[in-house]
Design a protein around this ligand. Structure first.
Ligand code: PMP
Length: 416
């Protein structure tokens, strides 16, 4: 893998926008941030856009007649329009603001799921899901009496698509709910193909896009996803804001979830009627600064271009997989780079993942250790935990070298 001048120029230009990256993690030890799958860092443009809202035009949205409220509403709704374009939804009415992927999935479970799932029905998911796409269905299944089935994996961490077809053929499937990219294995699932098969079987498909939307072009219409969920904080935006995309006809037919201000058309003591989309699902004062910040993050990513972001991450991931393969006693999980996002989860024989993460932290390298909210997947792989390095558009190839060097150092310390 070449450390090309072009790549160096790209990454150094991007890094200049991220104040947090230019610091020492410990005295004399630079920060190497490789925990992007948990949360990304934020460029100054996003930080400044949020600061600007609070300094210049802080006010509630949709209510005020005054100028500040009009300005806040324009920025808040402007962000929705940017997000629509970013994922190529047909209408901004299909973009529902939530607090993040978790809330988006719970919204679908508590509205569409509560209204449509009954005993005998099947929700079909995969063993690689994040807890946020397992637990909401378990909670609802306990109440509604439907069944949840899980698609198994091949050895290399890809989905067993023959098993998927078989499970659909068994019948009763009302919803397929699947992650686009695994936050542990990095597997990029063939969701367009899965959607086609789900629809042919009369089922809907929900795609958890938490780990795809930040990293690659996403076109919800090309995927033909019925629902698509993602979080702002993993894609250069702030915490507390995310999106549920849903096809308009589905969202129109769904009852609201949370009740309160803004989501109503009229309220009488005898009963209420609901606001139009997407406000029907947005009760109460929303995360205004956060939506504006997410809109700015979308601008930032679109300026660079998601193809370019993805190409850089593929280069870093490919290099990381090459270098990690050199390290003795280290096992990396998941498929090869052709089917993998910017994630490398690994274990070191004889070293607990938490101890390893601590040793890496001493070298300035921020990674995550644990089950990464995917306990069933770790159980399936026969692991209690793993250590995970995850990359983004601002990671240098030399940071992969720093990781590998620190792993050799840890190995020496433990195997002494
Ligand atoms: N799904 C996946 C694949 C994730 O990686 C995450 C975040 N780790 C989530 C869902 C949940 O996202 P959030 O915590 O932002 O709601």
């Amino acid at each position: 893998m070449e450390h090309s001048l072009e790549r160096t120029y790209f990454v150094e230009t991007v890094r200049a926008d991220f104040p947090i990256l230019n610091q020492e993690h410990h005295p004399g030890v630079p920060l190497v941030y490789l925990d992007n799958a948990a949360s990304s860092q934020k460029p100054r443009q996003v930080i400044e856009a949020m600061d600007d809202y609070y300094r210049r035009y802080n006010a509630n949205v949709h209510r005020g007649i005054h100028k500040l409220s009009e300005q806040a509403t324009a920025a808040y709704e402007g962000a929705r329009v940017k997000i629509r374009k970013f994922i190529n939804a047909a209408s901004k009415r299909e973009i529902v603001y939530t607090r993040g992927t978790t809330e988006s999935i719970n919204l679908v479970a508590q509205t569409w799921g509560r209204a449509n799932l009954k005993p005998g029905d099947v929700v079909l998911s995969t063993v690689m899901e994040h807890h946020s796409n397992i637990v909401p269905w378990q909670i609802l299944a306990a109440e509604k009496g439907f069944t949840i089935k899980y698609i198994p994996l091949h050895e290399d961490g890809t989905l067993d698509m023959d098993a998927y077809t078989r499970l659909l053929d068994e019948g009763g499937v009302k919803l397929v709910t699947v992650m686009h990219v695994s936050n542990v294995l990095g597997t990029i699932n063939p969701v367009a193909d899965m959607a086609r098969q789900a629809h042919a079987a009369g089922a809907l498909i929900l795609v958890d896009g938490a780990q795809s939307t930040p990293h690659m072009p996403v076109d919800v219409q090309a995927l033909d996803a019925d629902f698509f969920a993602f979080s702002g904080h993993k894609m250069l935006g702030p915490t507390g804001i995310g999106v549920l995309y849903g096809k308009r006809a589905l969202l129109e037919a769904m009852p609201p979830w949370m009740g309160g201000g803004d989501m109503i058309a009229s309220v009488r003591l005898e009963g209420s009627t609901w606001n139009e989309l997407p406000y029907k699902f947005e009760a109460g004062t929303p995360s205004i600064a956060e939506a504006i910040g997410l809109g700015c993050a979308v601008d930032y990513l679109m300026n660079i271009g998601m193809e370019t972001v993805h190409a850089h991450e593929c280069a870093v991931t490919e290099y990381a997989l090459e270098r990690l393969a050199e390290v003795p006693d280290l096992t990396v999980y998941g498929p090869d780079v052709s089917q993998k996002g910017a994630v490398a989860a690994f274990t070191f024989a004889g070293i607990h993942p938490h101890d390893l993460a601590q040793m890496l932290d001493a070298e300035g390298i921020a990674v995550r250790a644990g089950h990464h909210c995917a306990m069933p997947l770790h159980h399936y792989l026969g692991l209690a935990a793993s250590t995970r390095a995850s990359f983004y558009l601002y990671n240098r190839l030399s940071e992969v070298d720093a990781l590998v060097e620190a792993l050799y150092k840890a190995r020496k310390a433990f195997y002494r």
